[in-house]
Design a protein around this ligand. Structure first.
Ligand SMILES: [Zn+2]
Length: 306
């Protein structure tokens, strides 16, 4: 009987434990890089969730009913803003708890697409966010300066909602800040060797990163992954590549545009990938740095191998 009683006590206790685990602050972010910044701030307390599955594009994602429930129930929600996740504002209307569009945070360094930016308006691409000259470049998470601003905001919000762990959030944000300083130094060193080497991208997603590390793409080949662009457009892109000579053309995983191979056939050009979202990066405290470091290594690696 007493044994039965102790089983019962253990049973009740396990419920209480689950109950207390559920009481932790639930953080949801739209995209992986924001989840990784939140993971750095919440390190040792909880693991934040992310809406977009790996490989999904924030530009044309369709929310599932379970996503909508999550959006409406989590304590804190972070997203880039209407220029990136066009699918979110509609569901956010039904949310009563706080949500933060990080593009609006004070201290954020924002860029606009340049007037001379190559060929964005010429061809429709698969993104439903805008790349037209003069519009906001919403790929703002690739600036370490912005990552700091976002982490500080998350630490402040979490401390307000969960004061018991406030000290932890603040010290995590400070540690993140210090690790970013070290990463900054590593990336500057790594990328100095390829400064001025020309390369091309299929998606103009890297301007913040390039600005931070003194890089500049030679051009953008704006083509949809599924659509075969006109012969004239392909000829113009090949002409650019011929002019430049040895170079790298970067696509973004998971999809390489179908014309990529045709575009570079017979030219001293390498195809490689740059992953702006790091969709498969585990949600650990160091995840954000891993995404940036991988970008730097992939970029430098291809250019050094030419
Ligand atoms: Zn884009």
């Amino acid at each position: 009987m007493s044994r039965l009683f102790s089983v019962f006590v253990a049973f009740v206790a396990s419920f209480l434990l689950i109950g207390s685990a559920q009481a932790e602050v639930k953080v949801l972010t739209s995209i992986k890089p924001l989840q990784l910044i939140a993971a750095a701030v919440q390190d040792g307390v909880a693991i934040p969730e992310v809406l977009l599955p790996p490989g999904a594009s924030p530009h044309n994602y369709a929310l599932r009913p379970s996503d909508v429930r999550k959006v409406q129930s989590v304590d804190l929600l972070y997203w880039i803003g209407p220029d990136m996740e066009g699918f979110l504002p509609r569901v956010l209307n039904g949310r009563t708890l706080p949500s933060v569009a990080v593009q609006d945070l004070p201290g954020m360094h924002l860029r606009r697409f340049a007037e001379d930016s190559h060929s964005h308006a010429e061809e429709a691409d698969e993104h439903d966010h805008d790349h037209r000259p003069g519009t906001l470049d919403a790929h703002l998470w690739l600036s370490p300066v912005n990552a700091r601003v976002i982490a500080d905001k998350m630490a402040a919000d979490l401390s307000a909602v969960d004061p018991a762990n406030a000290e932890r959030y603040q010290s995590n944000a400070k540690a993140f800040d210090e690790r970013l300083d070290a990463l900054d130094q590593r990336l500057k060193k790594r990328l100095a060797s390829v400064e001025g080497k020309p390369y091309f991208v299929f998606h103009e997603a890297f301007d913040y990163f390039e600005e931070a590390y003194g890089l500049k793409h030679a051009g953008v080949f704006s083509v949809a992954a599924e659509v075969q662009p006109g012969a004239q457009h392909v000829a113009a892109m090949r002409k650019r590549l011929q002019e430049v000579g040895k170079t790298c053309v970067f696509s973004e995983p998971p999809l390489r545009p179908r014309l990529a191979e045709t575009l570079v056939a017979g030219l001293p050009v390498k195809l490689a990938e740059l992953d702006a979202l790091g969709g498969y990066t585990p949600a650990t405290a160091q995840g954000y740095e891993q995404v940036l470091e991988k970008l730097g290594n992939d970029l430098a690696g291809c250019l050094e191998s030419l």
